[in-house]
Design a protein around this ligand. Sequence first.
Ligand code: NAP
Ligand code: MN
Length: 280
Amino acid sequence: MLNGINKRVKRMRIAIYGNDKPTSSKVASELSKLVNDSKVLELDELNPEVVISVGGDGTLLSAFHHYDDMTEKVRFVGIHTGHLGFYTDWRDNEVQQLVESLEHDNGQSVSYPLLDIEVNYSDEGKPDYMVALNESTIKKMFGTMVAKVYIKDYLFESFRGDGLCISTPTGSTAYNKSVGGAIISPKFNAVQMAEMASINNRVFRTIGSPIIIPPTESITIVPQVSLHNVLTCDQLLVMDRPIKSITYKISKRRIYFAKYRHTHFWERVNNSFIGDNLND
Ligand code: NAP
Ligand code: MN
């Protein structure tokens, strides 16, 4: 019989993930005090339902990778303590409002596509599987990177240049944008490949423009073996083994953000890149 005696408030489990800047530490300790004092929230770094990153986009990327085996169970929230903060919806002076929103949480979320990366090595060891929130790049530290690019199993081009950048829609405003890729709304389940300084002349030819693939396709890059190839996954450097091939596709997994307030994607893009410069 449930007469209320056995009723116990189930607290929502919160993890706080900050960078080590003094402003972030201050916000993180203010936040953990408010969570500790709350009757409906509790701190749980190991098995959180909501992860709050305190810092900038780099911090949110690290938080994502820290909890990347739990992406289906966790929702992220970003508090912004300086820098750009494309992924972060809350300012550092809004900690109180954020805690109130957490206390009234009803599971609302918004989700975005992720990038699956499979790396095969020429040493015949086991492949690596990774997931990126922004992008993965394959570059060569010096000299020209030479690689075959396949779409599905179709040999599409031979690439020569600095490297290639394969990004998600939410990552399309990061590295991808710097190398001339398009900004893609995260409502598209898509992956984009953009070139970094490709060599194009009578002898060597690449497509020259960014390409975008749907969930049914994949991109495989087979770089010419070199000790100087560098593979990245978001802010992380991946390897010190010789790479045979890398296959990219849209992940079946997605990242979830707690949607207490929702900044429209294009407003977010405007805030980050145009701001007040809307002159006549
Ligand atoms: P960082 O050097 O601080 O990142 C470069 C800038 O990109 C920062 O202003 C960062 O914002 C911003 N940023 C990150 N993700 C973004 C996104 N999805 N949309 C718009 N801007 C974004 O290094 P980091 O903070 O560790 O971030 C790693 C990311 O840097 C990589 O995933 C890559 O996208 C990017 N990156 C860009 C270049 C380039 O444009 N040439 C070169 C290397 C890496 P915060 O200031 O809030 O951190
Ligand atoms: Mn950063």
